[in-house]
Design a protein around this ligand. Structure first.
Ligand SMILES: Nc1ncnc2c1ncn2[C@@H]1O[C@H](COP(=O)(O)OP(=O)(O)OP(=O)(O)O)[C@@H](O)[C@H]1O
Length: 276
């Protein structure tokens, strides 16, 4: 294989021997990709990705722009289904079941695997109605007030909004809106929360609140987070997966080990800021 790497990482060929992927014991695994490829038309955005994500931990997905981080995240709860030209091959298992099997209902899957996006996107409704939205569409409104309060508390927002639940969610600050979106996601009691750069639109104080919150959420949920911010990945995650150009997962393991002692030379270059 060529030893000349492009400035942005890696060419399209990625021998098995170049990968360093930690195996998670099956009993601790909640999400498992095996030979996962995603194509947009002719373009291959994920290339033969195999990895297991442990339950109730924070797993960070990092890598240079365009390496497939968001595509991988969206493949977990089938959000790529919403993109006409996207095509998935291989398997993505959630609790042992391939989510791409014909009998899987993507809407039901997304109740168990919620998502928080880069830009906060509360509905133009009251704070209460934002959080109550999921339970209501599931016709699951028993003890709704308590559930709304619990979700807002878990999202570390209750103290700031408890006396104005009827105000519009869109009138909150950016950081509060993002915590409201997290409360909306957890109100339906998911098992996994996917986060796609949830703090990239926020100031440092709001970012630090989201980071503290992610740490707390991992006591109850599995969190998978895409971030461009390597310091953030190092601070908040238990495991880190490094993707490089061409949609290749190159290294995956304990966050401390990946940042202190990366085994792959290109991962070391990426982490030390030589490209990306
Ligand atoms: N909806 C889409 N239609 C066509 N191509 C897409 C689409 N979404 C992503 N791609 C392509 O797939 C590849 C991977 O994109 P993806 O957004 O997953 O990467 P990323 O690592 O999350 O990037 P970034 O860090 O810039 O957000 C890129 O080449 C991108 O152009």
């Amino acid at each position: 294989m060529s030893s000349e790497w492009s400035a942005t990482g890696l060419d399209d060929s990625q021998p098995e021997s170049e990968r360093d992927i930690e195996r998670i014991p099956p009993e601790e695994t909640i999400i498992e990709a095996e030979g996962l490829d995603v194509y947009y038309g002719e373009e291959r955005a994920l290339n033969d990705v195999s990895m297991s994500i442990p339950e109730q931990e924070v797993t960070a997905i990092i890598g240079p722009s365009g390496c497939g981080k968001s595509t991988f995240l969206r493949s977990i709860n089938r959000m790529n289904d919403l993109i006409d030209i996207a095509r998935v091959t291989g398997e993505l298992r959630f609790k042992g079941k391939n989510v791409y099997d014909d009998d899987v209902d993507p809407v039901a899957l997304r109740r168990q695997v919620g998502m928080v996006f880069q830009a906060p996107n509360p509905f133009p409704k009251s704070i209460y109605d934002n959080v109550a939205y999921g339970p209501r569409i599931q016709n699951d409104t028993e003890n709704l007030d308590e559930r709304v309060e619990r979700a807002l508390r878990q999202a570390a927002l209750w103290d700031e909004v408890s006396d104005r639940l009827d105000e519009r969610g869109t009138d909150l600050s950016g950081g509060q809106q993002q915590r409201l979106c997290i409360a909306r996601a957890i109100a339906v009691d998911p098992e996994v929360i996917l986060m796609d750069e949830p703090a990239s639109a926020l100031d440092p104080v709001a970012t630090s609140k989201i980071e503290d919150l992610i740490d707390e959420l991992a006591e109850d949920y599995t969190v998978v987070i895409v971030t461009h911010n390597m310091q953030q990945a190092a601070r908040i995650s238990d495991k880190t997966a490094v993707f490089l150009t061409g949609g290749h997962l190159v290294e995956y393991g304990d966050t401390d080990r990946i940042f202190q002692n990366p085994r792959n030379e290109r991962v070391e270059d990426y982490i030390s800021g030589k490209f990306g």
